[in-house]
Design a protein around this ligand. Structure first.
Ligand code: SF4
Length: 204
């Protein structure tokens, strides 16, 4: 079946937000959580909403989001300014609990929607790849054997991409055992975010 052509990002987002393709497999039902505007300079690609984000309907409205905003050095208002930050996870709806943590993002979102969304985001100059699913999709064979190695090799993916670990509190041990992330990667990340949003009145 041919995908419909969308005249605007808004029209596409309206259909994305009405998507119910996985309805039978989602324990809390569909609630696609995606935000973007034509002008967005930075694209944040995460994993999939957790239960708390599903309940709020607001991307990254949890402890992971708090840590992510501190990594980026932006305040809440700026983070949710769609003209600066587009937020598109690999899976748009909460996928439910698995045996250890949440299930992986549903593959259907990328198959059905992701390319169409990316085509509409003409002003993105920096894409943050948060976690293994985003890195697998966007970096493909350029990925290293582990997420840690991929993050450490960030310079290979510049200037378009910055691979990052997930800022979840569950990754506290990873942050502790890889101090180079805070001393080397975060200053670079903040500088890139500041450069991409320069002149946009982003609050820090
Ligand atoms: S997970 Fe993705 S494809 Fe499935 S219902 Fe939600 S938006 Fe649609």
């Amino acid at each position: 079946m041919n995908k419909p052509a969308y005249p605007t990002l808004e029209a596409l987002l309206a259909d994305v937000r009405n998507c119910r393709v996985c309805e039978r497999d989602l324990p809390l039902g569909p609630r696609p959580i995606v935000r973007a505007a034509d002008e967005a300079r930075i694209l944040i690609v995460g994993q999939a909403p957790g239960a708390r984000v599903h309940a709020s309907g607001i991307a990254w409205s949890d402890a992971s989001g708090e840590r992510l905003r501190s990594w980026l050095d932006v305040d809440v208002t700026s983070f949710y300014d769609e003209t600066q930050f587009a937020i598109i996870p690999m899976g748009f709806c909460y996928p439910g609990r698995g045996t250890s943590g949440d299930k992986p993002p549903r593959r259907e979102c990328a198959q059905l929607w992701l390319d169409s969304l990316l085509e509409k985001l003409h002003n993105v100059e920096l894409t943050l790849l948060i976690g293994q699913y985003a890195q697998r999709h966007f970096l493909g064979a350029r990925r290293k054997p582990s997420l840690t190695e991929t993050v450490r090799a960030w310079a290979e993916y510049a200037p378009a991409f910055i691979p990052l670990p997930h800022p979840s509190p569950r990754n506290q041990a990873w942050f502790k055992h890889h101090p180079w992330f805070e001393s080397e990667v975060l200053p670079m990340l903040r500088a890139r975010v500041q450069a991409a949003t320069a002149g946009a009145g982003v609050n820090r």
